[in-house]
Design a binder for this molecule. Structure first.
Ligand SMILES: C[S@@+](CC[C@H](N)C(=O)[O-])C[C@H]1O[C@@H](n2cnc3c(N)ncnc32)[C@H](O)[C@@H]1O
Length: 251
Protein backbone atom coordinates (compact mmCIF):
# COMPACT_ATOMS: atom_id res chain seq x y z
CA UNK A 1 0.00 0.00 0.00
CA UNK A 2 1.06 3.57 -0.69
CA UNK A 3 2.94 4.76 2.49
CA UNK A 4 0.85 7.98 2.74
CA UNK A 5 -2.31 5.91 2.54
CA UNK A 6 -0.94 3.42 5.08
CA UNK A 7 -0.24 6.29 7.47
CA UNK A 8 -3.72 7.75 6.93
CA UNK A 9 -5.35 4.35 7.60
CA UNK A 10 -3.13 3.90 10.68
CA UNK A 11 -4.09 7.36 12.01
CA UNK A 12 -7.77 6.59 11.49
CA UNK A 13 -7.38 3.23 13.26
CA UNK A 14 -5.51 4.92 16.14
CA UNK A 15 -8.27 7.50 16.46
CA UNK A 16 -10.88 4.73 16.51
CA UNK A 17 -8.95 2.78 19.17
CA UNK A 18 -8.57 5.97 21.19
CA UNK A 19 -12.34 6.59 20.91
CA UNK A 20 -13.05 3.06 22.13
CA UNK A 21 -10.67 3.54 25.08
CA UNK A 22 -12.24 6.88 26.06
CA UNK A 23 -15.71 5.32 25.90
CA UNK A 24 -14.69 2.26 27.93
CA UNK A 25 -12.88 4.32 30.59
CA UNK A 26 -15.68 6.86 30.95
CA UNK A 27 -18.38 4.18 31.01
CA UNK A 28 -16.43 2.30 33.70
CA UNK A 29 -16.00 5.49 35.77
CA UNK A 30 -19.73 6.25 35.48
CA UNK A 31 -20.81 2.74 36.43
CA UNK A 32 -18.35 2.61 39.34
CA UNK A 33 -20.71 5.01 41.13
CA UNK A 34 -23.08 2.08 41.72
CA UNK A 35 -22.86 0.66 45.21
CA UNK A 36 -22.81 -3.11 45.20
CA UNK A 37 -25.28 -4.22 47.81
CA UNK A 38 -24.51 -7.08 50.16
CA UNK A 39 -26.61 -10.15 49.39
CA UNK A 40 -27.96 -10.26 52.92
CA UNK A 41 -30.42 -7.40 53.18
CA UNK A 42 -33.95 -6.90 54.39
CA UNK A 43 -34.79 -4.34 51.75
CA UNK A 44 -33.94 -4.29 48.03
CA UNK A 45 -32.46 -1.01 46.83
CA UNK A 46 -30.09 0.36 44.21
CA UNK A 47 -27.23 2.41 45.63
CA UNK A 48 -25.13 5.20 44.10
CA UNK A 49 -22.46 7.61 45.29
CA UNK A 50 -22.99 11.14 44.00
CA UNK A 51 -22.69 14.65 45.43
CA UNK A 52 -20.72 13.22 48.39
CA UNK A 53 -23.71 11.16 49.50
CA UNK A 54 -24.74 7.54 49.36
CA UNK A 55 -28.10 7.47 47.65
CA UNK A 56 -30.56 4.60 48.05
CA UNK A 57 -33.18 4.11 45.36
CA UNK A 58 -36.23 1.89 45.70
CA UNK A 59 -37.38 0.33 42.45
CA UNK A 60 -40.57 -1.42 41.50
CA UNK A 61 -40.45 -3.66 38.47
CA UNK A 62 -44.02 -3.22 37.25
CA UNK A 63 -43.57 0.34 35.94
CA UNK A 64 -41.10 1.89 33.44
CA UNK A 65 -40.66 4.88 35.69
CA UNK A 66 -39.96 2.88 38.81
CA UNK A 67 -36.78 1.27 37.49
CA UNK A 68 -33.33 2.89 37.31
CA UNK A 69 -32.07 3.48 33.76
CA UNK A 70 -28.36 3.98 32.94
CA UNK A 71 -28.97 7.37 31.29
CA UNK A 72 -29.80 8.81 34.72
CA UNK A 73 -26.45 7.60 36.06
CA UNK A 74 -24.66 9.21 33.09
CA UNK A 75 -26.36 12.57 33.68
CA UNK A 76 -25.63 12.43 37.44
CA UNK A 77 -21.97 11.61 36.78
CA UNK A 78 -21.68 14.59 34.45
CA UNK A 79 -23.27 16.96 36.99
CA UNK A 80 -21.15 15.63 39.83
CA UNK A 81 -17.89 15.97 37.90
CA UNK A 82 -18.69 19.39 36.41
CA UNK A 83 -19.74 21.22 39.56
CA UNK A 84 -17.84 24.37 38.60
CA UNK A 85 -19.03 24.70 35.00
CA UNK A 86 -22.53 23.68 36.03
CA UNK A 87 -22.85 25.33 39.42
CA UNK A 88 -26.37 24.35 40.50
CA UNK A 89 -26.44 26.35 43.73
CA UNK A 90 -29.84 28.13 43.98
CA UNK A 91 -30.61 27.37 40.33
CA UNK A 92 -34.16 26.56 39.21
CA UNK A 93 -34.25 23.07 37.75
CA UNK A 94 -37.08 20.94 36.44
CA UNK A 95 -36.70 17.25 35.63
CA UNK A 96 -38.99 15.52 33.11
CA UNK A 97 -39.80 11.82 33.46
CA UNK A 98 -37.85 11.64 36.73
CA UNK A 99 -38.74 7.98 37.34
CA UNK A 100 -37.06 6.79 40.53
CA UNK A 101 -35.62 10.27 41.11
CA UNK A 102 -31.83 9.83 41.03
CA UNK A 103 -31.21 12.94 38.88
CA UNK A 104 -33.58 15.09 40.96
CA UNK A 105 -31.94 13.85 44.18
CA UNK A 106 -28.38 14.55 43.01
CA UNK A 107 -29.43 17.96 41.67
CA UNK A 108 -31.04 18.84 45.02
CA UNK A 109 -27.98 17.67 46.94
CA UNK A 110 -25.89 19.94 44.71
CA UNK A 111 -27.94 22.91 45.93
CA UNK A 112 -30.59 23.53 43.25
CA UNK A 113 -34.30 24.30 43.66
CA UNK A 114 -35.74 21.22 42.02
CA UNK A 115 -39.14 20.39 40.58
CA UNK A 116 -39.19 16.65 39.95
CA UNK A 117 -41.96 15.53 37.58
CA UNK A 118 -43.49 12.40 36.10
CA UNK A 119 -46.81 10.67 35.43
CA UNK A 120 -49.24 10.33 38.37
CA UNK A 121 -48.70 6.56 38.78
CA UNK A 122 -44.97 7.06 39.33
CA UNK A 123 -45.18 9.88 41.87
CA UNK A 124 -45.52 7.96 45.14
CA UNK A 125 -42.32 5.93 44.62
CA UNK A 126 -40.58 9.06 43.29
CA UNK A 127 -41.68 11.07 46.33
CA UNK A 128 -40.50 8.29 48.64
CA UNK A 129 -37.01 8.19 47.07
CA UNK A 130 -36.65 11.96 46.87
CA UNK A 131 -37.68 12.50 50.51
CA UNK A 132 -35.59 9.64 51.84
CA UNK A 133 -32.43 10.94 50.18
CA UNK A 134 -32.78 14.69 50.56
CA UNK A 135 -34.51 15.25 53.92
CA UNK A 136 -32.23 17.37 56.10
CA UNK A 137 -29.38 17.31 53.55
CA UNK A 138 -30.30 19.84 50.92
CA UNK A 139 -30.58 23.62 50.79
CA UNK A 140 -33.97 23.69 49.02
CA UNK A 141 -36.47 20.87 49.63
CA UNK A 142 -37.36 19.48 46.20
CA UNK A 143 -40.94 19.48 44.91
CA UNK A 144 -42.41 16.34 43.36
CA UNK A 145 -45.36 16.94 41.07
CA UNK A 146 -47.23 15.62 38.06
CA UNK A 147 -46.23 16.72 34.60
CA UNK A 148 -47.75 14.65 31.81
CA UNK A 149 -46.02 15.75 28.62
CA UNK A 150 -48.00 18.24 26.58
CA UNK A 151 -50.89 18.41 29.06
CA UNK A 152 -52.10 21.66 30.68
CA UNK A 153 -48.58 23.08 30.60
CA UNK A 154 -49.52 26.76 30.74
CA UNK A 155 -52.02 26.03 33.49
CA UNK A 156 -49.56 24.23 35.79
CA UNK A 157 -46.26 25.72 34.61
CA UNK A 158 -47.12 29.28 33.45
CA UNK A 159 -44.27 30.78 31.45
CA UNK A 160 -44.59 34.16 33.16
CA UNK A 161 -44.02 32.61 36.60
CA UNK A 162 -41.83 29.58 35.90
CA UNK A 163 -38.38 30.39 34.65
CA UNK A 164 -36.00 27.44 34.73
CA UNK A 165 -32.23 27.68 34.49
CA UNK A 166 -32.11 24.01 33.55
CA UNK A 167 -34.39 21.31 32.21
CA UNK A 168 -33.01 17.81 32.86
CA UNK A 169 -34.18 14.62 31.19
CA UNK A 170 -32.79 11.08 31.17
CA UNK A 171 -34.07 8.35 28.88
CA UNK A 172 -37.36 9.98 28.00
CA UNK A 173 -37.31 8.92 24.32
CA UNK A 174 -38.39 5.35 23.69
CA UNK A 175 -41.36 3.51 22.16
CA UNK A 176 -44.16 5.67 23.62
CA UNK A 177 -46.72 7.66 21.63
CA UNK A 178 -45.96 11.04 23.24
CA UNK A 179 -42.84 12.17 21.39
CA UNK A 180 -44.57 15.24 19.88
CA UNK A 181 -45.93 16.14 23.34
CA UNK A 182 -42.45 15.70 24.82
CA UNK A 183 -41.02 18.11 22.24
CA UNK A 184 -43.76 20.65 23.04
CA UNK A 185 -42.97 20.29 26.72
CA UNK A 186 -39.28 21.04 26.21
CA UNK A 187 -40.38 23.99 24.11
CA UNK A 188 -42.78 25.31 26.74
CA UNK A 189 -40.28 25.06 29.61
CA UNK A 190 -37.34 26.51 27.71
CA UNK A 191 -37.05 30.28 27.77
CA UNK A 192 -34.17 32.71 27.20
CA UNK A 193 -31.24 31.43 29.26
CA UNK A 194 -32.67 27.97 29.88
CA UNK A 195 -30.33 25.08 29.15
CA UNK A 196 -31.43 21.49 28.60
CA UNK A 197 -29.26 18.56 29.66
CA UNK A 198 -30.66 15.43 28.09
CA UNK A 199 -29.25 11.89 28.25
CA UNK A 200 -30.57 9.91 25.29
CA UNK A 201 -30.43 6.11 25.08
CA UNK A 202 -30.43 5.02 21.43
CA UNK A 203 -32.65 2.03 20.67
CA UNK A 204 -34.84 1.97 17.55
CA UNK A 205 -34.48 4.13 14.42
CA UNK A 206 -38.01 5.52 14.70
CA UNK A 207 -37.29 6.95 18.15
CA UNK A 208 -33.77 7.99 17.24
CA UNK A 209 -35.25 10.33 14.61
CA UNK A 210 -36.53 12.39 17.53
CA UNK A 211 -33.05 13.92 17.72
CA UNK A 212 -33.54 15.44 14.22
CA UNK A 213 -37.00 16.73 15.13
CA UNK A 214 -35.58 18.17 18.33
CA UNK A 215 -32.90 20.01 16.33
CA UNK A 216 -35.53 21.88 14.32
CA UNK A 217 -36.28 23.88 17.49
CA UNK A 218 -33.12 23.55 19.60
CA UNK A 219 -29.38 23.99 19.19
CA UNK A 220 -27.73 20.76 20.24
CA UNK A 221 -24.18 20.00 21.46
CA UNK A 222 -22.89 16.57 22.33
CA UNK A 223 -21.23 16.37 25.76
CA UNK A 224 -20.68 12.60 25.97
CA UNK A 225 -20.79 9.86 23.36
CA UNK A 226 -20.84 6.43 25.00
CA UNK A 227 -21.35 3.77 22.31
CA UNK A 228 -20.80 0.97 24.81
CA UNK A 229 -23.90 2.14 26.69
CA UNK A 230 -25.73 3.40 23.52
CA UNK A 231 -26.09 6.73 25.31
CA UNK A 232 -25.30 10.29 24.33
CA UNK A 233 -25.49 13.26 26.65
CA UNK A 234 -26.64 16.48 25.00
CA UNK A 235 -26.77 20.12 25.98
CA UNK A 236 -29.43 22.16 24.20
CA UNK A 237 -31.00 25.60 24.11
CA UNK A 238 -33.81 27.19 22.12
CA UNK A 239 -32.82 28.26 18.61
CA UNK A 240 -34.86 31.37 18.40
CA UNK A 241 -34.28 33.76 21.29
CA UNK A 242 -37.08 35.96 22.57
CA UNK A 243 -39.99 34.16 24.15
CA UNK A 244 -43.13 33.98 22.11
CA UNK A 245 -46.57 35.02 23.21
CA UNK A 246 -49.48 32.68 22.63
CA UNK A 247 -50.32 34.55 19.45
CA UNK A 248 -46.83 33.69 18.17
CA UNK A 249 -45.40 37.23 18.37
CA UNK A 250 -42.12 37.89 20.14
CA UNK A 251 -42.72 39.02 23.72
C1 LIG B 1 -37.27 4.98 30.73
S1 LIG B 1 -37.97 5.83 32.08
C2 LIG B 1 -36.61 6.87 32.63
C3 LIG B 1 -36.75 7.24 34.07
C4 LIG B 1 -35.59 8.06 34.65
N1 LIG B 1 -35.46 9.33 33.97
C5 LIG B 1 -34.29 7.27 34.54
O1 LIG B 1 -33.48 7.57 33.64
O2 LIG B 1 -34.09 6.35 35.37
C6 LIG B 1 -39.04 7.04 31.27
C7 LIG B 1 -39.78 7.96 32.20
O3 LIG B 1 -40.65 8.82 31.46
C8 LIG B 1 -41.92 8.86 32.07
N2 LIG B 1 -42.96 9.14 31.08
C9 LIG B 1 -43.34 8.35 30.04
N3 LIG B 1 -44.34 8.92 29.35
C10 LIG B 1 -44.60 10.09 29.95
C11 LIG B 1 -45.54 11.14 29.70
N4 LIG B 1 -46.40 11.07 28.69
N5 LIG B 1 -45.52 12.21 30.51
C12 LIG B 1 -44.62 12.29 31.55
N6 LIG B 1 -43.72 11.33 31.85
C13 LIG B 1 -43.72 10.24 31.06
C14 LIG B 1 -42.07 7.47 32.67
O4 LIG B 1 -43.06 7.43 33.69
C15 LIG B 1 -40.68 7.20 33.19
O5 LIG B 1 -40.46 7.70 34.46
Amino acid sequence: MNPVLTQAVQTEEDAETEGVDVDAELAAAIMSRRIIQSLITVEAWEGYTFADHQIKIKESHDLYGAVMWPSAIVLCYFLDTHRETYNLLDKNVIELGAGTGLVSIVTSLLGAKVTSTDLPEVLSNLQYNVLRNTRGSCRHPPRVTELSWGKELEQHFPQAACHYDYVFAADVVYCHPYLAELLDTFDHLCQDGTEILWAMRFRLDRENQFVERFQTRFRLDELYDLPSLSIKLYRASRKEMGRKTRSGEAA
